[in-house]
Design a protein around this ligand. Structure first.
Ligand code: OAD
Length: 261
């Protein structure tokens, strides 16, 4: 683990004494659970399909069967995966901060619900979730956590028979208004910001990193094995996997905060 810019100890102390911590998670946080990242071409599935070509309303209109088969496959994969040490450490941090009168807000770009399964409470799903599906005709929504694939693709709506789609945000679509409002408020209030496992290139969410880095008095840390376009702006950069580095950082904060808060 290599810390750049600031020292790990200083950062852990500030994290322990924070008033409001905001963490922004990307696909790298779930990578250690076996969920492939978007720009990772190694996996067979991801090599075969370009996610950015399937993740649009136009693709769904053109080929609803192919698009929903792919999302149903990802839905089943997410259900088979388990939260890793990074998900668990973020849930631990939230719990510990709330016991000490501080706030924690998690903004996630991940659609797999692994944060919630690890016990995180204050989670805003900026890009929706794979585990809810919505009728494209009448808007009826349902939670879909069965391990087997849908009987047909696209799955039909129980109410009106219309074709259903995952409740994920596709390219060209608006992000959920409630999640945007929550993210705006949290980033405008935080004194520690963590950017975890995100390539920091997909907007509008990447804009929250810019805002946090520009906020006077907000300490910002990045955990990612690879540099991102935003790396230079952080106070602490840990070039490591999230599942390895997040538990270490959270543990260090809790140890330092035990007496200090
Ligand atoms: P990306 O696939 O763009 O980037 C994943 C990031 O995780 C990269 O910067 C990797 O270096 C890093 N990474 C890989 N393994 C890691 C590990 N074990 N620990 C920590 N970091 C690791 O994923 P996102 O930034 O989440 O949008 O992508 C943002 C959005 O682009 C996604 O939510 C999706 C996508 O297109 C929509 O579907 C709307």
């Amino acid at each position: 683990m290599i810390g750049l810019m600031g020292t790990f100890d200083d950062f852990a102390s500030r994290l322990a004494g924070a008033r409001h911590v905001v963490a922004l998670a990307g696909a790298g946080v779930s990578a250690d659970s076996g969920v492939p990242t978007f720009r990772d071409a190694r996996s067979g599935l991801w090599a075969k399909y370009d996610p950015t070509e399937l993740a649009s309303p136009q693709a769904f209109a053109r080929d609803p069967q192919r698009v929903t088969q792919w999302y149903d496959h990802r839905r089943q994969l997410a259900l088979q995966c388990a939260p890793n040490g990074a998900h668990e450490a973020l849930a631990t941090l939230e719990h510990w901060l709330s016991e000490h009168g501080a706030r924690f807000t998690l903004l996630t770009q991940n659609v797999d619900r692994l944060h919630q399964r690890a016990g995180s409470q204050c989670v805003h799903e900026m890009h929706g979730t794979l585990l809810r599906w919505r009728c494209s005709a009448c808007g009826a929504e349902a939670l879909e956590t069965h391990p087997e694939p849908f009987a047909m693709h696209p799955p039909g709506c129980a109410r009106c028979g219309g074709p259903r789609r995952p409740c994920v945000v596709w390219f060209g679509e608006m992000l959920p208004a409630e999640a945007l409002r929550a993210a705006d408020a949290a980033v405008a209030d935080c004194d520690v910001f963590l950017s975890l496992g995100t390539s920091a290139v997909v907007y509008p969410v990447a804009g929250y990193i810019e805002r946090a880095l520009a906020r006077p008095g907000t300490l910002a840390g990045e955990i990612n094995p690879e540099p991102t376009p935003m790396s230079d702006g952080f106070d602490l950069v840990l070039r490591d996997r999230a599942a390895a580095a997040v538990p270490g950082l959270v543990q260090a904060a809790i140890e330092r905060g035990g007496n200090g808060r």
